[in-house]
Design a protein around this ligand. Structure first.
Ligand SMILES: [Fe+2]
Length: 251
């Protein structure tokens, strides 16, 4: 079994072909590219920005209660759509989190549980359950505001795009358990910061009930970071000491 840290053939480094590397260096020194800098690509991007329409919009609350709450927020100078957008984002992220952990559990099953550091399916299922519950907490808070939790808000859409790379790492059969944990750590760190901001935002809107529920979720997310980071550190240490690998066997 291999790990990402095992020695293998140099397939990407320039030192495999010193002669060609020298020729490339000489060519780079002799070729004079046409005048210009990054400003051209910036101009193209700016022109696209100027014409682009936003990534969706937040639908208005579909109920009388929701309309009344939105109107009450507007009176205090606050746009309920901003809170709904960010709640939609958190909901999308937690939903993706359930799938991320499902992929990690599959990876763990092929690699073999690592009881010595507490990395077991049971431990991962517990976190996965938290993610699902957090999604439901936000869905309830959205309903409480009279809005539709099944609507994908703009920030929810963007969160889905952000998570694509993480999901790709976790579902790639070649990646090791440690690499999967590293991808999950990225998600958990973002999740922690985002819950903190959502708690503050809900309080700004005077929605203390939701803020308190979000605060509970934030505390659990803090624990997720601690666990995932601890597993990743322990696995990396084990690998550096030549301990059993936790990667899928070669096909
Ligand atoms: Fe989490």
């Amino acid at each position: 079994m291999k790990t990402s840290g095992d020695m293998g053939k140099n397939r990407t480094g320039v030192r495999m072909s010193p002669k060609e590397a020298k020729a490339m260096e000489e060519a780079a020194a002799n070729i004079h590219p046409p005048p210009g800098d990054e400003s051209k690509i910036a101009e193209v991007r700016e022109s696209y920005h100027a014409r682009a329409i936003p990534v969706g919009s937040v639908p208005p609350p579909g109920s009388v209660k929701g309309m009344a709450k939105a109107a009450a927020s507007a009176v205090t100078g606050k746009k309920a759509s901003v809170l709904l957008d960010k709640m939609g984002e958190r909901m999308a992220f937690e939903r993706t989190g359930v799938r991320l952990y499902e992929a990690l559990i599959t990876k763990l099953a092929s690699a073999g549980e690592v009881d010595s550091i507490g990395l077991t399916e049971e431990a991962l299922r517990k976190i996965q359950d938290d993610e699902l519950r957090h999604m439901q907490i936000v869905a309830e808070a959205i309903e409480e505001m009279g809005a539709d939790p099944t609507a994908e808000t703009p920030c929810a859409d963007v969160a889905g795009v952000q998570a694509k790379g993480i999901l790709q790492v976790l579902t790639d059969p070649r990646t090791t358990l440690a690499q999967g944990l590293s991808a999950i750590l990225t998600a958990e760190l973002v999740d922690n910061a985002s819950w903190e901001m959502l708690v503050d935002l809900a309080r700004d809107f005077g929605n203390d009930e939701a803020a308190n529920a979000f605060e509970d979720a934030r505390r659990q997310e803090e624990e997720h970071v601690r666990l995932v980071r601890g597993w990743l550190e322990a696995l990396t240490r084990q690998e550096s000491l030549g301990a059993p690998a936790h990667a899928p066997p070669p096909a």
